[in-house]
Design a protein around this ligand. Structure first.
Ligand code: SF4
Length: 361
């Protein structure tokens, strides 16, 4: 599947965007991961990638959003954002996830991307503010990939996201990205209402036909001001998601990101990567039970920083996380990028507190 994915991407995406992805994310990302590993050996946990939540506002009102989007609007100012990124770059970082709320409602988002041509950004968005003009600007910059959240087919999507016409407006934004030649992804937070629609081969084939380059499956986690535990997956459904991802990687030419496991089925959590505790080993012997354990699936907000609830005493050294609403937290794992391409990974360990939002922006 990899050759046809590469061929399809080379044919459909802008060369400048591919080049920036390959260099800023691929090559420099690997260097960043090596530096991260060295830091871990020294007992320092500054992450290889940062995810910045840059504002709390959104035009939608999705069920189970992790952000209090109805609260008074706050956003991180341009200077703070630039400083945070510069400080992370000093640690060797080059990849940043940008979250909200809806990041494209931040008036200076494009200025931030322009300020750091030596970095690569993944923007978690509902896609509705990506006009043709915005998509063109993203193409000129070349250093960002929009990750557009789709939470179901038309009816499910409107219900889940609290508005009419949500899917159509999102698809318009998606098409603008693809027409401009951006490397574009679709994210889904799999839950009880959309698992039958979006965890299917036909959905992936539809996305391929549209030109989407990668998909990212999260699973719904009941957090945020209006959490809805009834949407959460049962343990056997979590296993189903993992099996689907592994099977489809070998079957369809689209990159599928599993937010929770690497290519060997190891849990993706920087803290669990740092050292395995006795409780980790115990949990590993019973993946299903522990994957549904609240202890291992929550992230806590500590001041302005997200950190893994499983190890509250872990130190994130040199953390330059900005003031609210920007929670800069660490993703991800040394083997993260390799996990994209696996067709043989098996889940051998539980989800170890993946710090992803319960609902995609
Ligand atoms: S989940 Fe995303 S799109 Fe939905 S309300 Fe929250 S920030 Fe907005």
């Amino acid at each position: 599947m990899l050759p046809s994915l590469v061929f399809r991407t080379l044919r459909s995406a802008d060369f400048g965007c591919i080049a920036k992805f390959a260099w800023n994310f691929g090559v420099k990302g690997l260097v960043s991961v090596e530096k991260f590993k060295s830091r871990i050996k020294r007992g320092e946990y500054f992450p290889p990638f940062l995810y910045l939540s840059i504002l709390n506002s959104c035009n939608l009102r999705c069920q189970g959003c992790w952000v209090d989007v109805a609260a008074e609007r706050t956003e991180i100012d341009l200077e703070t954002l630039n400083r945070t990124i510069r400080e992370a770059k000093a640690h060797g970082n080059s990849f940043f996830g940008i979250l909200g709320g809806e990041p494209f409602m931040h008036p200076q988002l494009l200025d931030v991307l322009a300020e750091h041509p030596d970095c690569y950004f993944q923007v978690f968005t509902n896609g509705q503010f990506i006009t043709e003009k915005v998509a063109q600007r993203l193409k000129e910059l070349g250093n960002a990939t929009p990750l557009i959240s789709i939470e179901g087919r038309e009816i499910t999507s409107d219900e889940r996201r609290g508005n009419k016409e949500v899917l159509n407006r999102t698809l318009r934004g998606l098409d603008h990205c693809l027409k401009a030649g951006l490397l574009t992804g679709v994210a889904t937070s799999v839950c009880q209402t959309n698992i039958g629609e979006l965890l299917t081969e036909s959905w992936l084939r539809e996305l391929i036909q549209r030109g989407v380059h990668y998909v990212w499956y999260h699973t719904y986690r009941p957090v945020g001001p209006k959490m809805n535990p009834a949407l959460a997956l049962r343990p056997e459904q979590l296993v189903e998601v993992r099996k689907f991802v592994v099977e489809m990687r070998a079957k369809v030419p689209i990159a599928i990101i599993d937010a929770y496991y690497d290519h060997q089925g190891q849990a993706l959590c920087p803290m669990s990567q740092a050292s395995a505790t006795t409780s980790d080993r115990r949990a590993a012997s019973n993946p299903v039970r522990s994957s549904s354990s609240p202890r291992r699936t929550s992230a806590i907000r500590a001041g302005s920083t997200w950190r893994c609830a499983t190890r509250p005493s872990s130190r994130i050294s040199g953390n330059s996380a900005p003031a609210r609403p920007g929670a800069a937290w660490s993703s991800s794992a040394p083997t993260w990028s390799r996990s994209w391409w696996s067709s043989t990974g098996r889940a051998t360990r539980p989800c170890a507190a993946p710090p992803w939002p319960s609902s995609t922006p």
